[in-house]
Design a protein around this ligand. Structure first.
Ligand SMILES: Nc1ncnc2c1ncn2[C@@H]1O[C@H](COP(=O)(O)OP(=O)(O)O)[C@@H](O)[C@H]1O
Ligand SMILES: [Mg+2]
Length: 436
């Protein structure tokens, strides 16, 4: 095969030239295709095989964390693109970081000579057969509208907005009768659950559903799963590892909706307020949550990004003044005393909370309890509520430790600011009672 570039063969096939040389090249390229196929080293486990071999146009796969959903679909999309010259394939995930993981996996999967072009900024891959694979995050789902899609994967679909599917992606599959694999760990009973139900009921060429636990993946050590079973609350384990659709999504916080009450409130002259503050470091947001300490109601939340320290401090100081010189409790990990003293210098009361694994855990567990018991309330603040919903347990694979954090690509600034405000409200409350 020496001296023949696969790209040239592809071009000549497309230009419709049919002389003998081209035909022999074509035969050769066919042989090469076979070679390429063999080079994609992927041996699906039994449950992956079940959905990969299904001929259904829409396949809905609900599986435990690390069950092999992403890898299975990466292999599937590669296969489809390879077998369908000029096809337009999409990979959609809730956030940018997740699309990048699939992107890298795919580049690893494909023999280099199959890829003719990689557009890293637009996250597009072009194959020698002119098939294109494009990676998009669903954060801005208006951007997903567009021309026909032949093959679509939606990864972690339960974290993707219903509108992204219904208004953008589903219609884009219509004109070319595109196929879709929609995969996720379960999370409550949203559109992913509805679709999964429909697929399970139909189980035909149009749509079929699949479900398997993490333990179906033989590449995950048993001990890791057992450890998770022991350390996690039962419902979280059921949802995340056993792939059960629970009635209310299991997460760190339970009872989030019950705490949504009341409105944003202007400062009242005799109100006692505290502020929980999480300053932006590099890429995230600065969030200040103002809480009235008597009813423990969140009366206001300020959330902004892309400011220098000085501007951030000014803005928070102004907020504190507005709310009767509200005492500020801030996450002082890593930023240290200078920032504290700057706020202090403006005549405001400020205290720092340093995060260690343990102190963070205590802080979050305080908030878990407050929300579960309905001990705090907040108005319908979209950013805050969605952060609370996706907040996660993370089980270390090297130690038994359980950490709390936002899933990769999501923010937790609102959660931290709310936890700090709740903690400070408790303290202020105690102090006042002691005073009396
Ligand atoms: N068929 C397979 N062969 C080898 N490793 C696999 C296979 N399926 C999954 N894995 C490995 O299992 C882990 C979890 O797979 P992944 O696809 O990321 O799971 P999920 O998307 O369900 O969370 C990854 O490290 C992946 O490499
Ligand atoms: Mg995955």
């Amino acid at each position: 095969m020496a001296g023949i570039r696969v790209e040239d063969i592809a071009k000549s096939i497309l230009s419709g030239e049919t002389d003998d040389k081209i035909l022999s090249q074509l035969a050769q390229s066919r042989r090469q295709q076979k070679v390429f196929k063999l080079e994609i080293r992927f041996n699906p486990h039994e449950m992956q095989r079940a959905f990969l071999e299904s001929p259904s146009r829409f396949r809905i796969v609900c599986a435990g964390r690390r069950g092999g959903k992403t890898m299975g679909c990466v292999a599937d999309e590669v296969r489809f693109a390879w077998e369908h010259p000029k096809s337009r394939c999409f990979w959609v995930a809730p956030v940018y970081q997740q699309t990048m993981r699939a992107f890298r996996m795919m580049v690893d999967f494909l023999p280099p000579k199959v890829i003719t072009r990689i557009e890293r900024t637009d996250r597009r891959l072009w194959l020698v057969n002119e098939a294109m694979i494009e990676f998009r995050s669903a954060t801005d789902y208006e951007n997903l509208r567009g021309e026909g899609i032949d093959f679509l994967v939606i990864d972690e679909a339960a974290y993707v907005a219903r509108e992204a599917w219904e208004a953008s992606l589903r219609p884009a599959l219509a004109d070319r009768m595109g196929r879709a694999v929609i995969i996720s760990t379960p999370r409550g009973r949203g559109w992913f659950y509805e679709l999964w139900q429909r697929g399970a009921a139909r189980n035909d060429l149009f749509m079929a559903s699949f479900r398997f636990p993490t333990s179906a993946n033989p590449y995950i050590p048993r001990e890791e799963i057992e450890q998770a079973r022991e350390t996690l609350p039962a419902d979280v384990f059921q949802q995340e590892f056993e792939a059960c659709f629970l009635e209310e999504s299991a997460g760190v916080f339970r009872g989030i909706d019950k705490c949504i009450k009341g409105e944003i409130e202007y400062p009242s002259p005799d109100g006692n307020y505290v502020i929980g503050l999480d300053l932006a470091r590099t890429t995230d947001y600065t969030v200040a949550v103002v809480m009235e300490t008597g009813r423990k109601h969140v009366v206001y939340m300020d959330r902004f990004t892309k400011c220098d320290w000085q501007t951030q401090i000014e803005r928070v100081a102004a907020l504190s003044r507005r709310y009767n010189n509200a005492l500020i409790l801030m996450d002082s990990t890593g930023v240290g005393d200078p920032i504290l003293s700057e706020i202090d210098a403006r005549g405001l009361e400020v205290e720092g909370y340093t995060f260690t694994n343990q102190s963070k855990r205590a802080l979050i567990e305080g908030l878990v309890l407050a929300i579960e018991k309905g001990g705090i309330t907040y108005p319908h603040m979209e950013a805050l509520i969605s952060e609370l919903r996706v907040y996660e347990y993370e089980i270390s694979t090297t130690s038994n430790a359980v950490h709390y954090s936002a899933p990769s690509g999501f923010n937790d600034d609102c959660v931290i600011a709310l936890a700090l405000a709740t903690y400070q409200s408790d303290n202020t409350w105690v102090r006042e009672r002691v005073k009396r």
